[in-house]
Ligand binder design. Structure first.
Ligand code: SF4
Length: 281
């Protein structure tokens, strides 16, 4: 497997552990606020292969507790279970970051016990999920295609084609949906399936939302709360602008807005926290 980036040590990416972070290329979302957009859209070149990664990890035995696998979207890679298996065989804990759009891969790595911790993005409320993930279309019938969980889908066209001709499809009206994969149709059923797998599973996990002023309102958090009600942990993290973000006109919400969203979410997920921002007394 090609590795598109390696951060040799982090105290932030894997809560409670000293870890390294492995970046895998490619993503089936096009979030307008993405910090790793070149990685997501396939423009970034690999920096090593998995053999070089394993050689690095052997030298870090006893120095690192775990390995955080991120992207891009790691669950796109059909070799992900193999990668996780090898890392665990070297004695490291594993954390997986995911956009939640590949529930069958998620189920596989959970059931085989290949991950110790999963962090899944919750992009927005159902009505705004497609826009926030950079999709042009979304399926009205959420369960219509949720059995299609094909992986390694850089060339996957299972959600392409005559979206406008489909009676179960709606078009997103947004300035943030230009790009190479915007012909795809978002199936929110896949997101709900991944949420259910984590809430009803035995592996530690968190849900998290990167809050962007242009995308999120208080009303959205009432709906997000209903989506993940009963979850153990949920984090609100504030968008920060960077040169790598594809759209230059996005902003962080105010601290007051974040604290308001935090209060809303507490009714649904008592373990809600603001990441990197003080919670009000
Ligand atoms: S899910 Fe969105 S934020 Fe995450 S890598 Fe893909 S495009 Fe970027």
């Amino acid at each position: 497997m090609k590795i598109h980036g390696l951060q040799k040590m982090t105290l932030l990416d894997y809560p409670g552990y000293v870890a390294c972070t492995v970046f895998l290329g490619g993503c089936d979302f096009r979030c307008p606020y993405c910090h790793n957009f070149e990685l997501a859209c396939g423009a970034a070149q690999p920096v090593m292969d998995d053999e070089e990664l394993f050689a690095f990890l052997k030298r870090r035995k006893g120095l690192l507790d775990g390995v955080a696998i991120t992207g891009g979207e790691p669950c796109l890679h059909k070799d992900l279970p193999e990668l996780l298996r090898e890392i665990r065989a070297l004695g490291f804990r594993t954390k997986l970051d995911t956009n939640g759009y590949h529930p069958e891969m998620l189920r596989h790595v959970l059931e085989e016990g290949l991950v110790d911790y999963v962090a899944m993005d919750i992009k927005n409320s159902p009505a705004k999920y497609a826009e926030t993930a950079g999709f042009r279309y979304f399926s009205v019938d959420e369960s219509a295609d949720s059995s299609d969980t094909s992986i390694n889908t850089d060339e996957d066209d299972s959600h392409t084609g005559s979206a406008l001709a489909s009676p179960g499809t709606r078009t997103v009206s947004s300035p943030y949906t230009s790009g190479d994969l915007t012909h795809r149709i978002l199936d929110l059923g896949k997101i709900r399936k991944s949420i259910s797998l984590l809430i009803n599973g035995a592996v530690d996990y968190e849900f998290r939302t990167t809050v962007v002023k242009e995308f999120h309102t208080a009303e959205d958090f009432f709906e997000i709360g209903e989506m993940i009600c009963g979850a153990d942990h949920y984090y609100l993290q504030c968008f920060t602008d960077r040169d790598t973000v594809p759209y230059g006109n996005l902003h962080a919400p105010s601290v007051e807005a974040l604290q308001k969203y935090w209060r809303i979410m507490l009714d649904f997920v008592p373990g809600t926290e603001l990441r990197g921002i003080n919670e009000p007394a």
